[in-house]
Design a protein around this ligand. Structure first.
Ligand SMILES: Cc1cc2nc3c(=O)[nH]c(=O)nc-3n(C[C@H](O)[C@H](O)[C@H](O)COP(=O)(O)OP(=O)(O)OC[C@H]3O[C@@H](n4cnc5c(N)ncnc54)[C@H](O)[C@@H]3O)c2cc1C
Length: 558
C-alpha cells in the first residue's frame, strides 16, 4: 500500500479548532460513562471504508489516522490525537463510513456503539453541539476538497454527468471529479477499470464497484444511502418529500418523539435547494443559499432520529389502516399517519428538442454549479416570478449579460418589489418583455436560441448557450392516483377547503370534519407547495410542516 502524502488534507485554519476539537476531561468522562475503554494496537483498523455500523471513538492516548483507500493508493485525511474523536456527518445519518480509521500510535480509546452515540447526541446538549458542528464542518471541508468514497469520471458537456454531480452535491455527498475533457491522466484511470470512453459518466464507489451511466437510484444504492433504513416496520409517520415542508415536519415530528421516515425521490431540499440565495427567510438578514438552509434542516432532522430513504413514493394504499406507502423498489412501508410534502415541479417550455438540451444548456436552477458552466458568457433567464428575478440577479454577477425574457408587459404583478428594484439597478440585466423562446439549436450542447416578440412579430437568433427556465411549477400529485381530493389544478385540498360534497365523494368516515392541513383521507396531511391555496414560500412551507405535527399527534391519539 502506498501512502500518497504524509500531511493531512489542508484545512481552513481559522476553523481547525472547531473541526478537530480537543474534548475536556469532564466531557470525556461523560462519554466514557456510556462506552467502554479499550486498548489499541498499531496498525489495527477500527473502522473500514464502507462499514455500515460505525462506532464512535475518542482517543485517550496514542493516535488514529483517517485514510482514504483508492485502488493501491491511500490518502491521509486527518490525524486524531488524545482528546479528539472520529466521525463526520455519516455518524449521525447512519450511512456507511467514507474512510478507514487505523491506529498509527498504540494507546487507548473509548468506544461507543451507534445506539449509545445517538443517545449522547440527543441528551448531552454541550457535547451534541460540539460533535454536530465538527461533523458538519468536516463534511464541508471534504466537499470543498472533493475527497470522498466515490470518483466520478465524466464531462461537463454530458447531461448524465451533470445529473450525477447535482445528485451527489445536493445530497451533500463528497466525491472526486475527473473531467475527461481536461485531465490528461484519465486514460490511465479508464484502462485501470476497463472502461471504454463511450461509457461515461462512470462512478467508482469505494474504489472498487464501477457503475456505467448509473441512475440516481443506482448511485444511492451503491453508496449505501439507504442501507441503514429498515423498510418494513410500522412507523408513526411517513413524510413523502424532503423539501422545506417535509424537513420541517421531520424535525418537529422526530424531536417530539415520533418514529419518522422521510421518503425523497432525489435530493433533500426540494425547490428551495436549487435557490442560489433566499433573502426573505426569517433570521438571515444577508440571505442564505437554499442548499445551506435545507442542508442544515436535513442534519437537524437526522439528529433527532428521523430516517431518510432516497426513493420515490409510488402509491398510497388508502383502503387499509395502517396506510401502506409503496416505494419504487417495491417495498411497502406501513404508517399510522402520512404527511404529503411532494411540492411542485418546474414547468417546461413547449419546445421541440428541449429534453436534448436539459443540463446541456437548459437549466431549472441557478446555483454556483450552473453559474460555473456559463463561464462569463451571455445567458437567458425565462420567467417573471421571484425565482426568475433571483436567478437573474445572481447570474448578472457571474456572467457577461443576462437577457430576461417575459411574456407579459412587465414584472409588477409577478415579482417582489425589492427584486424588481435590484433588476432595474443592474445594467447587466436586459429586460425583454412580450418575448418568448421559439427554438433551441445545437449539437451535444445548446449553441443558439431564437426568440420572438409577440407584439412586433419579429424573430431574432442569438448565439447563447445557456438558458435558465424559471417559469413556475406544477404539483407533484400524479403518484397519488386520485386517492385524495385535488383542486382543478391538481393541488391537494385540505381542512376547511374540503366541501361537504368533496367529503362525501371521498367517503370521509369520521364524525369530525378534517383538521387544518388534513386531506380527504383521515390521518393523511398535505403541507407546502403541494397543498391547494398554499403560499409558495419557504417560510410558509416550513410553518405548515411544523403545524401538521400537532394534528398528527391528535390523530395518533384517536
Ligand atoms: C429557484 C427557486 C428559488 C426560490 N426562492 C425562494 C425564496 O427566495 N424565498 C421563498 O420564500 N421561496 C422561494 N422559492 C419557493 C420555495 O422554494 C418553495 O415554496 C418551497 O421549496 C416549497 O417547499 P415544499 O417542501 O412544499 O416543496 P418542494 O420544495 O417542491 O419539495 C418537494 C420535495 O418532494 C420530493 N418529491 C416529489 N414527489 C415525490 C415522491 N413521489 N416521492 C418522494 N419524494 C417526492 C421532491 O423531490 C422535492 O424534494 C424558490 C423556488 C425556486 C424554484
Amino acid at each position: 500500500m502506498i501512502v500518497s502524502t504524509n500531511e493531512p488534507l489542508p484545512l481552513t485554519s481559522s476553523r481547525a479548532e472547531q473541526i478537530f476539537p480537543t474534548l475536556t476531561p469532564a466531557q470525556i468522562r461523560r462519554i466514557a460513562a456510556l462506552g467502554r475503554l479499550r486498548a489499541t494496537m498499531r496498525g489495527e483498523v477500527l473502522i473500514e471504508q464502507g462499514d455500515s455500523t460505525v462506532p464512535f471513538f475518542v482517543v485517550i492516548s496514542g493516535q488514529l489516522e483517517i485514510v482514504r483507500p483508492l485502488g493501491a493508493v491511500e490518502t491521509l485525511i486527518a490525524l486524531h490525537g488524545p482528546g479528539q474523536f472520529t466521525g463526520e456527518v455519516n455518524m449521525v445519518s447512519g450511512r456507511r463510513a467514507l474512510f478507514r480509521a487505523r491506529v498509527s500510535k498504540p494507546g487507548e480509546v473509548i468506544e461507543l456503539d451507534r445506539q449509545h452515540f445517538i443517545a449522547l447526541m440527543q441528551t448531552d446538549a454541550e457535547l451534541g453541539e460540539i460533535l454536530m458542528r465538527a461533523f458538519i464542518l468536516r463534511r464541508v471541508e471534504l466537499l470543498a476538497a472533493g475527497v470522498g468514497d466515490a470518483v466520478l469520471l465524466g464531462s461537463n458537456l454530458s447531461a448524465g454527468t451533470l445529473r450525477i454531480k447535482e445528485f451527489l452535491m445536493r445530497n451533500g455527498h463528497p466525491y472526486s471529479y475527473i473531467d475527461l475533457e481536461k485531465d490528461p491522466d484519465v486514460q490511465r484511470m479508464l484502462d485501470n477499470f476497463l472502461i471504454a470512453a463511450g461509457e461515461i459518466p462512470v462512478l467508482i464507489c469505494h474504489g472498487q464497484q464501477v457503475l456505467r451511466n448509473p441512475t440516481n437510484q443506482q448511485v444511492a444504492d451503491c453508496l449505501g444511502f439507504n442501507d441503514s433504513v429498515e423498510q418494513t416496520h410500522l412507523r408513526d409517520l411517513i413524510i413523502v418529500g424532503a423539501g422545506p415542508a417535509g424537513l420541517a415536519a421531520a424535525v418537529y415530528g422526530a424531536s417530539e418523539g415520533l418514529d419518522v421516515l422521510v421518503l425523497e425521490t432525489s435530493t433533500p431540499g426540494g425547490q428551495a435547494g436549487s435557490s442560489s440565495k433566499i433573502e426573505n427567510y426569517l433570521g438571515f438578514p444577508t440571505g442564505i443559499s437554499g442548499m445551506e438552509l435545507t442542508g442544515r434542516a436535513y442534519n437537524q432532522a437526522q439528529k433527532f432520529g428521523a430516517q431518510i430513504l432516497i426513493a420515490q413514493g409510488r402509491q398510497l394504499a388508502r383502503d387499509q389502516k395502517p396506510y401502506i406507502i409503496e416505494v419504487e423498489n417495491g417495498a411497502q412501508i406501513p404508517a399510522r399517519a402520512v404527511v404529503i410534502a411532494t411540492g411542485a415541479e418546474y414547468r417546461k417550455l413547449p419546445l421541440k428538442d428541449l429534453s436534448r438540451f436539459e443540463s446541456a444548456g437548459v437549466y431549472y436552477s441557478a446555483t454556483f454549479l450552473e453559474a460555473q458552466l456559463c463561464g462569463g458568457e451571455e445567458v437567458i433567464v425565462v420567467g417573471g416570478g421571484n425565482s426568475a428575478g433571483q436567478a437573474a440577479v445572481f447570474l448578472s454577477e457571474r456572467t457577461k449579460r443576462v437577457h430576461m425574457l417575459i411574456r407579459s408587459a412587465g414584472l409588477a404583478e409577478s415579482m417582489s418589489r425589492y427584486l424588481i428594484r435590484r433588476i432595474e439597478e443592474t445594467p447587466a440585466i436586459v429586460m425583454r418583455t412580450h418575448t418568448e423562446i421559439v427554438a433551441l439549436e445545437g449539437g451535444d450542447h445548446l449553441e443558439s436560441v431564437r426568440w420572438r416578440n409577440s407584439q412586433t412579430g419579429q424573430t431574432e437568433e442569438h448565439r447563447i448557450c445557456h438558458v435558465f427556465v424559471m417559469t413556475g411549477a406544477v404539483p407533484n400529485t400524479r403518484w397519488l392516483d386520485g386517492c385524495v381530493v385535488l383542486d382543478a389544478k391538481g393541488f391537494i385540498k385540505t381542512g376547511p377547503d374540503l366541501s361537504p360534497e368533496d367529503l362525501s365523494a371521498a367517503r370521509w368516515p369520521l364524525a369530525r370534519t378534517p383538521y387544518l392541513l388534513e386531506t380527504s383521507l383521515p390521518g393523511v396531511f398535505a403541507v407546502g407547495d403541494v397543498r391547494s391555496g398554499s403560499i409558495k414560500r419557504v417560510a410558509s412551507a416550513v410553518g405548515e410542516g411544523s403545524i401538521a405535527i400537532s394534528f398528527v399527534h391528535r390523530v395518533l391519539r384517536e
